[in-house]
Design a protein around this ligand. Structure first.
Ligand SMILES: [Zn+2]
Length: 348
């Protein structure tokens, strides 16, 4: 089949939707990247855990003079979070034995330290609720901090940039892989932003996606449904072809010039650029190069996609910002961010 891959460059209504009540936000904590970087110049060991949708990782970080060295990194891959709890129980025992403070990045919805909702981790959520009331503080007595992965990601990225001498007034962070998550640091506050779950404008829906938003109470097709890999691109590919392919395979097809994969990823990159400009305008990011946007997640392993996001961002009318891909900062900015927040939270 042939696909028309001419997309509109600028859909002003999509950017404007970020100024409306459709955008849900949550102020999580104060964060000063310079202060965090100063603490990372001391000497300290902490444990960091990154709980993602298809894998959980833990590592001990030996922090010294502004370098974060990882030791004993372990990863468990699973479906639905099966085995996550046993992995976390072993990590908790190790943290106690070694007297380590713990920072956790959790790709779940949280109320304080309690997991309140998860899309991808039903097995973990059920077990964790039964045994610990889904409360990380009951499992980790030396827990310093637990945050959503967009918060650990943005704080980790900002601290690593500060260690390189790169300071920004405002920072935005987008995690685009199986789903789409976002955060900003604005006026020294780290804010979780539901940038994915706003209505998608028809101009950015060339294949007529009809799968609705996964978040309760939102009865429309949201931006995530064309932007994220699993929730959007894989879903649309299946609708068009009847074949199930994952984001890694589709990313390779995109790089090889497959027309459908190209349309899917080019649409995603364009929608993501609109979301980024919408969020930055909502928070009044400076026009004059004092702000940065950091992109993280599986989609950015595709070089063609990184180039498309950059091209679209430059072309859209928005603030002049520095574009950073987290893979250029470190191996896993959410895990690093959990370590940064463990240290930053412990010494006020
Ligand atoms: Zn949604």
């Amino acid at each position: 089949m042939s696909y028309d891959i001419s997309l509109p460059g600028h859909v002003p209504e999509q950017i404007a939707v970020y100024q409306t009540e459709h955008l849900l936000t949550h102020n999580v904590r104060r964060f000063d990247a310079q202060q965090a970087a100063a603490k990372l110049r001391g000497v300290r060991d902490v444990m960091a855990i990154d709980l993602g949708g298809d894998k959980v990782r833990k590592a001990t970080y030996c922090v010294s003079n502004g370098t974060l060295a990882k030791r004993d990194e372990e990863t468990l891959q699973s479906r639905g979070g099966a085995g996550y709890l046993a992995f976390l129980e072993r990590a908790a025992a190790e943290a106690i034995a070694n007297n380590l403070q713990v920072g956790i990045s959790s790709a779940t919805k949280l109320e304080g330290s309690v997991v309140s909702r998860t899309v991808n981790l039903p097995a973990f959520f059920e077990e964790f609720t039964q045994r610990y009331g889904a409360d990380y503080e009951r499992l980790f007595p030396d827990l310093s901090f637990v945050a959503n992965d967009t918060i650990s990601g943005i704080c980790g990225a900002s601290a690593l940039l500060a260690l390189q001498g790169r300071q920004f007034r405002d920072v935005a962070f987008f995690n685009c892989g199986s789903g789409l998550g976002a955060a900003v640091i604005h006026d020294g506050v780290a804010i979780h932003i539901e940038a994915a779950h706003v209505p998608l404008m028809p101009g950015l829906n060339p294949l007529g996606q009809t799968t609705r938003c996964s978040v309760e109470g939102k009865d429309y097709v949201c931006l995530e449904r064309v932007t994220a890999a699993r929730a959007g691109i894989e879903d649309l590919y299946f609708q068009q072809t009847g074949e199930a392919r994952d984001g890694v395979a589709l990313g390779r097809m995109y790089e090889a010039g497959d027309p459908l994969a190209t349309l899917l990823y080019e649409t995603s990159a364009l929608a993501l650029a609109h979301a980024a400009v919408g969020v930055m305008r909502r928070y009044g990011f400076s026009e004059t190069g004092e702000s940065a946007v950091v992109f993280h997640g599986g989609n950015f392993e595709i070089a063609t996609y990184r180039a498309a996001v950059r091209r679209n961002l430059v072309a859209l009318p928005g603030p002049d910002i520095e574009i950073v891909f987290s893979r250029d900062l470190c191996g896993n900015v959410c895990l690093d961010g959990a370590a940064v927040l463990a240290i930053d939270s412990d010494h006020p």
